[in-house]
Design a protein around this ligand. Structure first.
Ligand code: FES
Length: 99
């Protein structure tokens, strides 16, 4: 489990907040239809960085080849063989904890 310094109440709908894992690699946290979602910033296609892309209507857009990923299911729209890496999200003392 990784305790972040991000307050759950500060994460807004389709607005990304990100942090870096100690072992390297970014994690993005956002909210879709009220649910908190945490996922790897690294695109499963060819490693694009979602932090340089956009999130719109519950979808993450990769900046490299513009593929779209549904943040609730994690699936790539157009090729279900590709999925973003998602993390479990919990809230402890108002702060987001992922695992
Ligand atoms: S690297 Fe993300 S769509 Fe190709």
């Amino acid at each position: 489990m990784i305790k972040t310094e991000i307050r759950a109440e500060d994460v807004e709908e389709n607005a990304p907040v990100s942090f870096e894992l100690e072992e390297g690699g970014g994690v993005i946290i956002t909210r879709v239809e009220g649910d908190l979602i945490a996922f790897s910033a690294k695109c499963p296609h060819a490693g694009g960085d979602f932090r340089e892309g956009e999130i719109h209507r519950g979808r993450a857009f990769c900046p490299v080849h513009q593929w779209k990923f549904d943040l609730k299911s994690g699936r790539c729209i157009g090729d279900e063989n590709y999925r973003i890496k998602k993390y479990g999200v919990n809230i402890v003392d108002g702060l987001i904890v992922i695992d």
